[in-house]
Design a protein around this ligand. Structure first.
Ligand SMILES: C[S@@+](CC[C@H](N)C(=O)[O-])C[C@H]1O[C@@H](n2cnc3c(N)ncnc32)[C@H](O)[C@@H]1O
Length: 511
C-alpha cells in the first residue's frame, strides 16, 4: 500500500554536477548531466519498516580505495574558464538584487540551497507551491481499512495533480503533510499536547501566563485553525486569553493564512497574528512563556556541505561556483564561515558521548588509507544543518521561556547518494517525481529537503537554551499519537489507524 508523499515540482532543464566520492581541496569536479529521465516510484510508503539509515557506515579500507579509483576514472572534463571573474555573493544579496539565478558568482553551499528554495523571484517556495488539502477531513471510521482510505485519498490527490499538469506554463508543485491528510485530528492532537503541558506548567507554578503559541511555517493555515478550534471547544477559559502567532516566509501562504483566519469554515478566531517573515530573521525577544510549533519546516532549511582533510581531520566548507554558461562547480576551502565554524564547535563540544561525524573515519583508518596509492586528501562530504542550528539559537535567544513542538522526517528514501545526511533533490517530470543525484540543480525548479538527525539536534538544542529550561525529548510520530490523539476517531473499521501507522519516518522534538 502506498500513500502519496513528498514534494512535487515541475520539469526543468537539469544541469547538474555529480560530486560523489572523496574529493580534493580546491579540486574542480564538474560534469554535465542530462535532465531527469528515469521514473522511479514516486510514492514511498510511510508505513514501511525502517529503511537504511541516511548515514553511510565508514567504508572498509578496500572499498574506500576502490571508490577513489572509480571516482578518478569518472572524473569529468571541464570546459569552463576557471580564470573568469566570480563575485562572492550570499542568498541575502540574491534576494535583494537578483530576479534571475545569478551567473559568474560563488556562494557557500548553504547560500546556494537557500537561494534555490527561497529567493523571492525564482525560489522554489516563491513559485506556485501548493499543499494538498482535502476539502473536508476524512471520516476514517467509514473506511474499511487503510487500503481503502489510501485509494480514495490517492484519487483526490491525482485529480489535483492532473489539474496542475494542465497548466504547463507555470511551475506547479503539490505537497502533502500529516497536518492536511489527517486533519483535523492531527491538529487536535498537537493542541491536546499543548494544553496539557500549559495546564501542568501553571499547576506547578512555573508561570501564570496566558496560552501563547508561535507557529513557524503554517502552510495552508490548517494546523492553526485546528489547534484554535480544539482549544475553543475544550478549554474556553484558556481560549479567552490565548494568542496565536504565525511566522511564515512565503507571502503567498501568509496571504492564504490571513484569508482563512477571516473566513474559515468555523467562526473566525480573533486572536491570530500573521507575520510574513523568515524565522531566521526573527530578532524580537518574547519574554513570556510560549509554545513554538514547527511542523515540516526544518527539512527545507538550508545546510552547508563540509569535508574533512584526510590527514588532519580539519573541516573544509563547500562553495558553489556558478559559471557564465550556468554550469555549477563545487569547490572546498577552509571552514571559516562563522556559522559553519560555530556549528562545528558546538558539535565538537558535545560530551558523554562525544559526537564523531560518520564522514570522518578514524585516524587509524585514515593513516592506513594514506599509505596506498591514490589516497584522497578529503573525506566523504557531509551536509550539516546550519540553518536549523541558527533556528535553535534564535529559539534560545528570542524565546527564552518557550516550549517546543517540532516534527519532521528523520529518514527519507531517494536521498542523493554518498554524502552523510544528504537531502532528497527532486523534481516533477511527466507526471512523476524524479530524484536527482546532486543539489547543484537549476535554482527554483527543485525541492531540496533533508532528513533530520533528531538525537543530534536535541543535544545541540539543549546547549543553546537558557540554564534551567525544561528537559527536551525525542519521540516517534506513533508515540506522540498514542499519547495525544483521539484514536477511535482516526481508526478504520479493520482497526488500522493512519494516525499511528502513517508518517512512520517522522519524529518529534518536544520540550
Ligand atoms: C512543508 S510546508 C509545511 C506546512 C505546515 N506546517 C504543514 O505541516 O502542513 C513548510 C512551511 O514552512 C514555511 N517555511 C519554510 N521556511 C521557513 C522559514 N525560514 N521561516 C518561516 N516559514 C518557513 C513554508 O513557506 C511552508 O509554509
Amino acid at each position: 500500500m502506498r500513500v502519496p508523499w513528498g514534494r512535487r515540482a515541475a520539469p526543468a532543464p537539469c544541469r547538474s554536477l555529480k560530486t560523489k566520492g572523496p574529493g580534493h581541496a580546491g579540486q574542480r569536479q564538474r560534469q554535465r548531466k542530462p535532465g531527469p529521465a528515469a521514473k522511479p516510484d514516486p510514492r514511498p510508503d510511510p508505513r514501511s519498516g525502517p529503511q537504511a539509515s541516511t548515514r553511510p557506515e565508514t567504508p572498509g579500507l578496500v572499498k574506500g580505495y576502490l571508490d577513489t579509483v572509480r571516482d578518478i576514472m569518472r572524473m569529468p572534463l571541464t570546459t569552463a574558464d576557471a580564470s573568469a571573474p566570480s563575485a562572492r555573493v550570499t542568498a541575502e544579496h540574491c534576494a535583494a538584487h537578483c530576479t534571475q539565478p545569478p551567473r559568474n558568482v560563488t556562494m557557500l553551499a548553504r547560500d546556494f540551497i537557500c537561494d534555490s528554495l527561497y529567493n523571492p523571484a525564482y525560489g522554489y517556495f516563491s513559485r506556485q507551491a501548493l499543499i494538498f488539502s482535502p476539502r473536508t477531513g476524512y471520516d476514517f471510521p467509514r473506511f474499511r481499512d487503510s487500503a481503502e482510505f489510501l485509494k480514495v485519498m490517492g484519487q483526490q490527490y491525482d485529480e489535483v495533480e492532473r489539474e496542475l499538469d494542465d497548466v504547463r506554463s507555470i511551475p506547479r508543485q503539490l505537497w502533502h503533510t500529516p497536518t492536511e491528510i489527517l486533519k483535523p485530528w492531527y491538529g487536535y492532537a498537537v493542541a491536546r499536547h499543548i494544553v496539557q503541558q500549559h495546564k501542568a506548567d501553571r499547576a506547578a507554578g512555573a508561570h501564570a501566563d496566558p496560552l501563547v503559541i508561535y507557529e513557524v511555517g503554517g502552510g495552508n493555515g490548517t494546523l492553526m485553525l485546528n489547534i484554535l478550534d480544539y482549544v475553543r471547544e475544550h478549554e474556553p477559559e484558556i481560549y479567552a486569553h490565548a494568542e496565536y502567532n504565525l511566522v511564515e516566509i512565503s507571502p503567498k501562504l501568509a496571504r492564504q493564512q490571513l484569508s482563512r483566519q477571516a473566513g474559515g469554515a468555523s467562526s473566525p478566531h480573533a486572536n491570530i497574528k500573521i507575520v510574513n517573515r523568515s524565522i531566521l530573521d526573527w530578532t524580537a525577544r518574547v519574554d513570556g512563556a510560549c509554545f513554538v510549533v514547527a511542523m515540516e519546516v526544518i527539512d527545507n532549511l538550508a545546510h552547508d556541505v563540509v569535508r574533512y582533510g584526510f590527514e588532519t581531520g580539519e573541516p573544509y566548507q563547500a562553495v558553489v561556483r556558478v559559471h557564465g554558461d550556468g554550469e555549477f562547480e563545487e569547490l572546498y576551502e577552509p571552514a571559516t564561515d562563522p556559522l559553519v565554524a560555530e556549528y562545528l564547535q558546538a558539535r565538537a563540544a558535545l560530551a558523554d558521548p562525544p559526537y564523531r561525524s560518520p564522514a570522518l573515519p578514524s585516524a587509524l583508518y585514515r593513516r592506513a588509507r594514506s599509505l596506498l596509492p591514490l589516497a584522497p586528501n578529503m573525506t566523504e562530504a557531509e551536509f550539516i544543518p546550519t540553518h536549523a542550528f541558527r533556528f535553535m539559537q534564535i529559539l534560545g535567544r528570542c524565546f527564552p521561556r518557550h516550549r517546543l513542538v517540532l516534527s519532521d522526517f528523520y529518514r527519507l528514501p531517494d536521498t542523493i547518494p554518498g554524502p552523510v545526511d544528504a537531502p532528497v533533490v527532486q523534481t516533477r517530470f511527466d507526471g512523476s517525481m524524479v530524484p536527482c543525484e546532486t543539489y547543484l540543480v537549476q535554482p527554483g525548479w527543485f525541492d531540496i529537503f533533508f532528513p533530520t538527525n533528531f538525537e543530534l539536534l536535541q543535544r545541540l538544542y539543549d546547549r543553546v537554551r537558557p540554564a534551567g529550561a525544561p528537559r527536551s525529548r525525542v519521540c516517534s510520530q506513533r508515540e506522540f499519537a498514542l499519547a495525544n490523539a483521539d484514536l477511535p476517531r482516526t481508526a478504520t473499521r479493520s482497526g488500522e489507524n493512519p494516525m499511528l501507522d502513517f508518517y512512520e519516518n517522522n519524529k518529534f522534538l518536544l520540550s
